[in-house]
Design a binder for this molecule. Structure first.
Ligand code: FES
Length: 155
């Protein structure tokens, strides 16, 4: 009778330790699966650091290709830039990335200023945020014109 109780107790201990081991194994595997799901989602949501440096100066266009009160988008490294020929013929360049949620802005010839269609953000012709949700001005680029070619560089 006593021997039977010892065997039952021993069996219970082995069963408990096996159960603990299986619980650890299941928890460890669950963490692995959770990591496999969460890691790609985080990598998708967090943009990679820009490995390509912004160019010092790029050829953004030619003076003759833009009429007064018109605009075009150009590439400034990996970012879009906006080149504007104002109604009085002045040429200006800014980053085309809205300071609110990074939509690409455009020039509205009817408003005669820069507009972001995503949330109705407005910027004046100096890139200053004047209406809507954008919290900061647009990044201003320096414009140099040489022989009818428009060169844009970081200000
Ligand atoms: S992203 Fe431009 S106003 Fe919201």
């Amino acid at each position: 009778m006593v021997k039977k109780n010892i065997n039952t107790e021993r069996f219970s201990q082995v069963k408990n330790s096996r159960r603990k081991f299986l619980n650890y194994l299941i928890n460890f595997t669950s963490l692995g699966f959770l990591g496999m799901i969460v890691y790609p989602v985080i990598k998708y949501l967090v943009p990679p650091k820009n490995s390509e440096p912004n160019p010092i100066s790029i050829l953004a266009g030619e003076v003759n290709e833009l009429e007064n009160n018109s605009w075009k988008i150009f590439r400034f490294g990996r970012k879009p830039g906006i080149l504007i020929k104002t109604p009085n013929g002045e040429i200006k360049a800014f980053s085309a990335i809205c300071s609110h949620l990074e939509c690409t802005v455009q020039y509205r010839s009817d408003f005669q200023h820069i507009w972001c269609a995503c949330h109705n953000g407005h910027y004046d012709l100096n890139g200053k945020n004047i209406s809507g949700p954008p919290p900061r001005p647009l990044e201003n680029y320096k414009v140099n014109i040489k022989e009818d070619k428009i060169y844009v560089s970081s200000a």
